[in-house]
Design a protein around this ligand. Structure first.
Ligand code: ADP
Length: 425
């Protein structure tokens, strides 16, 4: 509706400049389209204004902005390109005017029927962005049954050029939001799938392991024992994969909880390293463990810290060739304890070093498939360490070896508070 009187030409153009200047200042895109529509009505003395955008899925024009009171109704309406003035302006990329529109068959009348008015005059200009027509800005019913003029066209054209940029920004924003929502949904489905699958696999696997271990105890015959050892070894591998999947999943969803108590780090490291003694011996890898004389005690979740240490040692063994060396140590630093697992194995290319802690990441050029694994061990270790407010990182030279470090806070006030609250769970 008109809010500006029949001002002089100069006043109208001054007002146009002011509107354009203000449009440039606006940061939010959606209200910007509404402002353009309102300004178009005001400056062309029109009853209504619509900003129409081409919709690919329907091959029709949809209303991106119009009289705000009718927002919900307008959302449902689509305008055919073939049988409308706006459609003509869109396909020809040229302005279109219709001064006596009451009975003109070229007018598409669904909107006027929905809103309850009669179209008397129309001025429509194309929205052009970088040479491509993306929609139409049209004003309806010039005040007092007047005709649209050359000045109206200049004004609407100026506002349309602003609208084109704003429309593209809105469309891009909507597209990226939709893509983001889809990714979120896929991520949720993946998380649910991992949670359900690992839960469902765990029970039968537990039974296989339990019965195989039981039979292993009973059987005397050596070849049969070897067969059962293969079943048990591979079931344990499967169990590790399921545990890794479910650990990383619960950390990502925030479901993971620390079950805190005193952790005797020296003991934990020795105990974990011991489980690799057989494999290390088989590969003739020398294993050096260097721990301080007095045990390092910190508050934390022993099982989770054990998983992190286990995964680092397991990798060191996997990626170190026969007769290689592994050094495991822990040292106290002011307020922290630093653990390191160092090997002189195949090393990691510099380009992969920042990515190895990501879920499912494996260094392909190593032919890591030879070693099995799912690229989860380090992301699980990272999750476990970060739950303790610690840090984990790696240094490596390809062909020479790798150094993995874990830094955990001990004894400062934050840690004690964290651990206290964890104890209560
Ligand atoms: P996976 O369970 O498949 O080993 P991880 O997340 O534990 O996955 O490790 C990711 C990748 O980082 C491995 O596939 C391997 O390429 C590389 N990597 C990890 N530890 C070492 C290491 N000590 N030496 C060389 N490469 C390593």
């Amino acid at each position: 509706m008109t809010t500006l009187g029949q001002n002089s030409r100069a006043q109208r153009f001054e007002r146009l400049i002011e509107v354009c200047r203000n449009l440039g200042k606006s940061e939010d895109v959606t209200p910007l389209l509404q402002t353009i529509v309102n300004a178009s009505c005001e400056l062309t003395y029109s009853q209504f204004c619509y900003l129409l955008v081409y919709e690919q899925e329907t091959d029709l024009l949809k209303i991106a902005a119009g009289p705000s009171d009718f927002k919900e109704i307008l959302k449902q309406i689509r305008i055919p390109i073939e049988k409308s003035i706006a459609g003509w302006a869109y396909t020809k990329s040229k302005p279109a005017t219709l001064q006596n529109a009451q009975n003109d068959p070229k007018v598409f009348r669904d909107i006027e029927r929905a809103l309850g008015y009669t179209t008397q005059s129309i001025l429509a200009v194309p929205l052009i962005f970088k040479g491509q027509t993306i929609g139409v800005l049209e004003v309806i019913n010039k005040q007092n049954n007047n005709q649209y003029t050359e000045d109206d066209l200049i004004i609407l054209d100026t506002l349309a050029s602003q609208a084109a940029v704003a429309t593209i920004s809105t469309l891009l924003f909507e597209e990226s939001k939709q893509a983001y929502d889809e990714v979120q949904e896929l991520d949720r489905m993946k998380t649910d799938f991992i949670a359900i699958a690992s839960h469902e696999l765990r029970t039968p696997l537990g039974l296989i392991l339990g019965h195989a271990t039981f039979l292993r105890e009973l059987i005397k015959d050596e070849p049969d024992k070897t067969q059962l050892d293969i079943i048990i070894r591979n079931s344990l591998r499967l169990k590790k994969i399921i545990d890794d999947l479910s650990n990383v999943n619960s950390f990502t969803t925030g479901a993971a909880r620390l079950h805190g108590k005193k952790v005797f780090l020296n003991q934990l490291i020795s105990k974990t390293a011991k489980t690799f003694q057989d494999v290390a011996e088989k590969k003739k890898i020398s294993f050096v463990i260097n721990l301080p004389n007095s045990d390092i005690i910190l508050g934390g979740d022993e099982e989770k810290l054990g998983i992190a240490i286990n995964n680092l040692i397991s990798n060191a063994i996997n990626f170190t060739n026969e007769k290689g060396h592994i050094w495991i140590s822990a040292e106290k630093l002011p307020g922290y304890v630093q653990l390191s697992v160092i090997d002189d194995g195949i090393g990691i290319p510099a380009k992969d070093l920042t990515k190895i802690f990501e879920r499912f990441y494996q260094v392909q050029s190593h032919l890591t498939r030879r070693h099995g694994g799912m690229g989860l061990g380090l992301s699980v270790a990272k999750a476990m360490v970060e739950m303790h407010k610690g840090q984990i990182w790696a240094e490596s030279v390809e062909g020479k070896g790798s150094k993995f470090y874990i830094l955990l806070p001990i004894g400062n006030s934050t840690t004690s508070f964290e651990v206290e609250s964890v104890f209560k769970q």
